[in-house]
Design a binder for this molecule. Structure first.
Ligand SMILES: Nc1ncnc2c1ncn2[C@@H]1O[C@H](COP(=O)(O)OP(=O)(O)O)[C@@H](O)[C@H]1O
Ligand SMILES: O=C(O)[C@@H](CO)OP(=O)(O)O
Ligand SMILES: [Mg+2]
Length: 417
């Protein structure tokens, strides 16, 4: 069954990007000089990454902090304080946890180095606003940016300037203590300055570019915000080293391997898909139709896979996420057809402000909505694809996975022989 195979590929791929092994093997590559370590772990994968580091380094990590998203902690870790906070928009707990981390870092003596575990989500979770900027200012700007269709590099270019800890400023605050960073990437091209807004990495985006982004996406701001945006970020950071320990490429490769094992011909389209979600859905549907008709671009049965992070210009007031919107838009194009299944999945397990990881759809998805006399287009137009997919029983729910390497799209076409 295509659908059973699809679910198996998804599970296998996510399993392959759980961070434990990657943290443990890469810890050995860090050239840690200090006898004692303070652990700071931020992002949606923070708990699992911290737990793995603690297991591996045992007593060397004396104390530390995990800052992760609500419902993403998996329990106590010895010697470590665990905080949960707001994501994708920061809240009071983001600030409280960050202040606590800075206070602990400030009190470390010279024997200590800092082990910094970074994963996506860190921008919202690890946050302290620049002078004269309020949490409300930050929440408002973040909300505008997230709905604007700007990509994460553009969004984080703004966040870096408005924060006291992003864009290399944490490294500056901790100087001369050494920072050893392991980074799980959820940014296309693995840009260290963008992942969690690069707290220990230099920011090369110019003031001119920052102001241009605000203008292009028509983001409203007050005078204090404008002043902060004009202030340069640190350009010389000499106390931090970084290793990327995983990315969506690993998830894609694993999906390809599993699909091969299940008997599919495979094609990896790209690991950097970044257009509007609904356009990507249409594009995948075009490929599916071509497959049915002509066995192109690869002979059936086939698995066509992509990774990336699409964007959504949210205009409606419904509920959804980019993966749900992508899958829904695919479903609209393949209504009534057999031998096609498709899924778009956030590897973190939560797509947009919902409890679904994405959508898993086929030719029946939209048909089943029509049977309920619902106009299927309305869900897409109102950015309400969570409810559309829910009605069609096509939501994919995984719960928080404890990892975060962006999104995965998998198309299966054709009966297996
Ligand atoms: N109703 C909606 N429909 C589609 N996408 C939405 C909706 N509401 C928010 N989004 C998108 O969800 C994104 C945030 O989702 P989230 O899963 O938290 O992102 P990430 O996994 O990158 O942290 C926003 O950038 C926004 O574009
Ligand atoms: O924290 C962030 O800045 C981004 C990118 O790393 O992650 P997410 O999209 O998961 O919020
Ligand atoms: Mg993201």
């Amino acid at each position: 069954m295509l659908i059973g195979d699809l679910k198996e590929i998804i599970d296998y791929s996510i399993e392959s990007v759980l961070p434990e092994n990657a943290v443990k093997s890469n810890l050995k590559k860090l050239n840690i000089k200090e006898e004692k370590l303070f652990l700071l772990s931020i992002g949606k994968a923070a708990w699992r990454m911290a737990n793995a580091a603690k297991e591996e380094l045992k007593g060397k990590i004396k104390n530390g902090i995990v800052i992760t998203k609500y419902y993403h902690s998996q329990g106590n870790i010895e010697d470590i304080e665990i905080y949960e906070a707001g994501h994708p928009i920061p809240d009071e707990n983001s600030i409280r946890a960050t202040e606590k981390a800075l206070e602990l870092i400030e009190n470390l003596n010279d024997e200590y180095g800092i082990l910094f575990l970074i994963s996506g989500g860190g921008s919202a979770l690890f946050e302290l606003p620049e002078e004269r900027i309020t949490l409300e200012d930050l929440q408002d700007i973040t909300d505008q940016l997230l709905r604007s269709g700007a990509d994460i590099t553009e969004i984080n270019a703004i966040r870096k300037r408005l924060s006291k800890v992003k864009g290399g400023k944490l490294a500056e605050l901790a100087y001369p203590k050494k920072i050893y960073a392991l980074v799980l990437s959820d940014v296309l091209g693995d840009r260290l300055d963008s992942i969690a807004s690069g707290p220990t990495y230099k920011d090369e985006i110019t003031t001119e570019k920052v102001l241009e982004i605000m203008k292009r996406y028509d983001i409203k701001m007050n005078e204090n915000l404008k002043k902060a945006l004009e202030k340069e970020t640190p350009k010389n950071i000499s106390n931090a080293q970084h290793i990327i320990i995983g990315s969506v490429k690993v998830a894609c490769d694993s999906a390809i391997n599993k699909a091969k094992e299940l008997g599919y011909n495979t094609l990896l389209l790209t690991t950097t898909l970044n257009c509007e979600a609904k356009e990507a859905g249409k594009f995948f549907a075009n490929i599916a139709l071509e497959e049915l008709k002509s066995d192109n671009p690869i002979k059936k049965p086939c698995a066509i896979i992509a990774g990336g992070e699409t964007v959504v210009s949210v205009k409606g007031n419904g509920l959804g996420g980019r993966n749900q919107e992508l899958a829904y838009s695919f479903a609209l194009e393949v209504e009534g057809l057999n031998n096609i299944v498709f899924a778009s999945i956030g590897t973190d397990g939560t797509d947009g402000p919902t409890d679904a990881a994405g959508g898993i759809v086929d030719g029946n998805t939209i048909l089943s909505l029509r049977k309920k006399v619902i106009d299927p287009l309305v869900f897409l137009e109102n950015n309400d694809t969570y409810n559309g997919l829910k009605e069609a029983n096509a939501l994919l729910k995984l719960g928080p996975t404890g990892t975060n390497v962006n999104d995965l799209m998998i198309l299966l076409v054709g009966e297996k022989l």
